[in-house]
Structures are given as C-alpha cells and as structure tokens.
Design a protein around this ligand. Sequence first.
Ligand code: MN
Length: 212
Amino acid sequence: MDITLPKLPYGYDALAPHISRATLEFHHDKHHRAYVEKVVALAKQANLSGQTLESIIHNTAGSKEHSELFNNAAQAWNHAFYWRSLRPDGGGAPSGKIAELIKTEFKTSQSFCEKFAGAAITQFGSGWVWLVLEGDRLVISSTSNADTPLAHGQTPLLTIDVWEHAYYLDYQNERAVYVNAVLSHLFNWEFANHNLSGLKIAAPAHEIKSPS
Ligand code: MN
C-alpha cells in the first residue's frame, strides 16, 4: 500500500496567465511526482509503507536517520497543500472567518498582503511562506527547503512555494512579481476558511493504494 500523487484540483490552464500550463506541468507532473515516488521508495526501506503522508512526516521529523524521507514526505505534502492554496479568480480581499482574523492581527488586508509579500520575497534560498494558526492567532511563517508547519505544531491555512521552480519559467528571477500575482489573483480564501473550520487539516489526499 503506497501513497499516490494527487491530481491537480483544476486544469493545467486554470491559473494562467499568472501561472502557466508549462509551469504546472513541470511543477506537478515532474517535481511533485518525484517527491511522491521517492517517499514510496524510502518508506519501503524504512518499513513505513502503508502509513499516511502525515504519519510519515510526524514519525521522521527531527530524525537524522530518516532526514531524506522526511524531506521528500514534507515536500509531497507541502505541494498538495500549495495546489489547494491557489484557485482561478482568487486573491484580493479575504472573506468569512479568515477576514475577521486578518483584521484582528494585521488591521487591514493590505497590511497583511504587504507583510506576507515581504516574507515571501525576502525568504533566502528555497522554501515556503505560510499563513498559519498558532493557538488562536494568525502568524506569517517561513520554512526552509522542505520543512513544513506540520512538524512544528502549527495549523497551516495557506502557503506559497518560493522555490525557483515555482516561478522561473514564468517570471525568471522576478520573484516579487510572482508573489504579488498569487496574492492578487490566486490565493484561495475558501481553502483558508476550510482549514480554520476546526476540521482536521484538509490535507489533500495522497491516497494510499496498492501498487497497480
Ligand atoms: Mn515546488
């Protein structure tokens, strides 16, 4: 029983012109797939086959012996969460519960966007920037490389991938233009509200299936 690559939750053209079909094809079909395949192979070696991705992440976080498995499992999970953090015709002002929390924590959605964009643009090297819930407060947090808020007791609400492979085909070195496009046109506030709703994290299913 192995985890499998989840499908993109929209078509390959759905996020254009902000994120192109070419980027989604490489990013999902090659990068995300490679992380999933690596997890399957390494989980076998570690006798962790059949566990959910979340269990593998929790069971390998901080382990020197299993750092490669942790990195690939966290990357697989982060990518599935990222796909769902985006939607066509998204971005702009938040609504619902997340809008109230943003008002409490950041005063205005513009001030939130400036802080979030600042964190995403200045993140040094590869990694992720997250909007997370810590206790009952919203926090903007950054993780390096594969690291994930799941390993730090935070509840992720939305994320942006700031590895170069996420934007280089569309924007080359202009990370700021990519970050602002995501904030203005793609962020999925419904997904953030869903993650806030008290349900367990809406981790996009890397379904466990028997190998075919
Ligand atoms: Mn990526």
